[in-house]
Design a binder for this molecule. Structure first.
Ligand code: SF4
Length: 369
């Protein structure tokens, strides 16, 4: 990551601290920016009369806001950096600080991929099938087909999305891509998202049937994997740091879907489940966890509710249950399943295992709304 070209917008925060006359504030920064945290703490302490404590636990999103533990320490304000506000209340006054990356990647490396994805979207519109008459094994094949679950398309627009530090580049990219002949839309999602074009690892709510393919502006494959699992649509990635372009391979998504299929099949025989509830403010899905317990009971199985702040193999593997259902961050089950000794599945996957949901709906990503 090219940290010199990141703009950490601390001025508003400094003003706010001065206005409030805060004495103790907490700074929370994402993992990729922790190296810069001490520099930021120095700057805030030099510019204001507040002392700064770094919330040094891992932080992967605005779902993970500093909450009441810091209140007990006397923290008056939380400065949360690099993520945007979600539809949650952590119980602490929180300032969200933007981090922008001032890159200007060229479009040339990605144009070929976008053209081939547009043709793919046009072919799909022309060959949409009816799923009502599928046999059980055809329905299972459809479940594992990376594109098989695609909801009917109404158009082949290019959806332009990005990770938070690159979102300010989207309007300019919109214009440039339209000059190349693409019909571009910047999707607007639900209450968990703050900005047009924004996607999270757990929320792609801006997707709609008029979008036939995607361009993601950002680095890494965390968001792209979730977006393709969720939508089944072709996705190109343009990395503003390196300027390089690639596509998210459907083979990779199919490997994940085959793994999910295997975990569902093994969960069918399980009788007792640990139901994981995340304690982080933006991951806590208590109602969903209770619904999972009720569904398990309806099928004559046991469900034990386990609440955790952090979830990892050492913290749950030893419980004498046959499998786990995760209602915290959905990516724990999807991205880390191989680290656990027992099946770790999502609520949707449990419903499929119990026969409450059908294979032919295709795979449904566990989105947090
Ligand atoms: S993907 Fe997980 S860590 Fe990221 S915002 Fe969503 S719940 Fe939080």
């Amino acid at each position: 990551m090219d940290l010199d070209r990141h703009d950490f917008e601390l001025d508003d925060l400094v003003e706010k601290i001065k206005q409030n006359d805060n004495r103790l504030i907490a700074l929370q920064v994402p993992e990729g920016l922790k190296m810069q945290a001490l520099e930021m703490m120095d700057e805030i302490e030099t510019e204001t009369s507040a002392k700064v404590v770094l919330a040094a636990d891992p932080c992967y999103g605005a779902c993970d806001l500093v909450h009441d533990k810091m209140k007990m320490m006397g923290v008056e304000l939380v400065a949360h950096m690099g993520h945007s506000q979600m539809n949650i209340d952590s119980g602490m006054p929180t300032e969200f600080i933007d981090v922008k990356y001032e890159g200007d990647p060229k479009l040339d490396p990605v144009l070929g991929i976008l053209k081939s994805h547009l043709s793919m979207a046009k072919e799909r519109i022309a060959s949409q099938e009816d799923v009502a008459s599928l046999s059980e094994s055809q329905a299972q094949d459809r479940f594992m087909d990376a594109v098989g679950r695609l909801a009917p398309l109404t158009d082949t627009k290019l959806g332009l999305v990005g990770s938070i530090q690159h979102l300010h580049l989207l309007p300019d990219f919109h214009e440039r891509l339209e000059k190349y002949g693409f019909d571009v839309t910047i999707p607007i999602g639900g209450a968990r998202l703050s900005f047009p074009g924004q996607v999270l690892g757990c929320n792609y709510s801006g997707d709609d049937p008029s979008i036939g393919h995607y361009l993601f502006l950002g680095s890494g494959d965390f968001h792209p994997i979730g977006l393709v699992l969720h939508t089944g649509k072709p996705l190109a990635m343009l990395d503003p740091y390196s300027g390089s372009a690639e596509e998210m391979s459907f083979e990779r998504i199919e490997r994940i879907l085959r793994q999910r299929f295997g975990l569902i099949m093994s969960s069918m025989e399980c009788n007792s489940f640990g139901i994981l509830i995340g304690e982080k403010p933006g991951q806590m899905r208590r109602t969903l966890a209770l619904r999972m317990k009720r569904i398990l009971e309806k099928h004559g199985k046991k469900g034990y509710l386990l609440a955790l702040e952090h979830i990892g193999p050492d913290l749950i593997d030893f419980y004498p249950v046959d499998a786990f259902v995760n209602t915290a961050c959905p990516r724990i089950a999807i991205d880390d399943a191989v680290r656990y000794m027992k099946p770790l599945i999502t609520p949707f996957e449990l419903e499929v295992a119990l026969g409450e949901k059908k294979w032919e709906t295709g795979y449904m990503f566990d989105e947090i709304p």
